[in-house]
Design a protein around this ligand. Sequence first.
Ligand code: NAP
Ligand code: MG
Length: 402
Amino acid sequence: MPKITMTTPLVEMDGDEMTRIMWQKIKDELLLPYIDLKTVYYDLGLKYREETKDQVTIDSANAAKQYGVAVKCATITPNAARVEEYHLSEMWKSPNATIRSIMDGTVFRAPIIVKGIAPYVRTWQKPITIARHAYGDIYKAVEMVTDKPGKCELVFTSEDGEVRKETVHEFKGPGIMQGVHNTDSSIESFARSCFSYAIETRQDLWFGAKDTISKKYDHHFKDIFNDLFEKEYKARFDALGIRYMYTLIDDAVARVIRSEGGFIWACKNYDGDVMSDMVATAFGSLSMMTSVLMSPDGSFEFEAAHGTVQRHYYEHLKGHETFTNPIATIFAWTGALKKRGELDGLGELTAFGEKLEKATLQTVEEGYMTKDLAIMSSLPDIHITNTDQFLAAVKERLEKLL
Ligand code: NAP
Ligand code: MG
């Protein structure tokens, strides 16, 4: 069978540890035999980030903007232990944060749903995609602790010299203070990415905040979303039969639990941090969560939501067999290939991505899975596979579908 051809390359961002090992296996076993795979390759493995003083991360993000579709392997975010382990000259920033700030994008995380792994919430039948605003609020807060009485004020001095002042609190004794901010441009980009992604995936969009209590700050988020929606997106939503809904964050939480899924839930930074872990856990497992970064100008970066699975990597280095689940990484590739196929009008490439997803889910539904899924599965007849056996089982089913 001739290989499926591509026209525009994917931007390939290689990564670290166990996911790097799986990355190569997925390419060798499931992609290269069937696709004339074109990629522009960037090695975001920590060793090469150090060698290039992290320039490779910046270059890869610019390439993602240039070519439009990227696929990324999980990468180590250095901490003190990693600085020592990899003899780093600096504690390089999280590659995801660097890429996100260059692409100015929003991350959408969605679970991969498969028969036999039931979500903890009985009503959920379709994925719930969480969109987290990734700038500002408490993540850029300025904080103070006082051990004595005094006055805390909020002072704004405009560039043209106007001064505005509000008293935050008159302390009678010790206490704590926090100043947070956000910018219209960041909120607008976030809103645009959310509306565009809803249109892309034909799903309703929900946004929740606390505007009844935060009458200026949260209300401003609500206004920006509403204004943009009315002005620029409403007609397209109507045409597709999807809707945008703003509601209070606590009401959103209650509705999410009672829903059957199948929508995008846009969250402010902190809400998204907390709720994405809640949703991921309730759907089953972090190893079954995919993530796509979408920029307001319409470029995409696909990845798995989990990390480099360090513990398994150390087992692998000792020569032990590993049971790491490659599904989210496979779906990062299929997401990117399907998007490339769609943008370039390559039906065969899109169909290949769909078939590979189908083969992967079929493998699990027929009872072949790694340990992390086996402990959650309700299937009667389960065969635990290591990573290699799982990939081989997927390949067998893929060949039947091709
Ligand atoms: P992790 O790699 O997500 O793994 C945490 C634990 O979750 C694993 O030890 C494993 O549990 C389980 N797990 C995660 N993915 C799995 C999979 N595919 N198959 C089976 N089990 C899986 O998180 P971490 O260990 O906290 O972080 C390791 C490194 O990843 C860190 O250096 C961090 O900076 C980086 N990280 C990168 C990204 C990214 O690039 N997007 C995201 C998060 C973390 P058991 O050990 O119980 O089997
Ligand atoms: Mg978190």
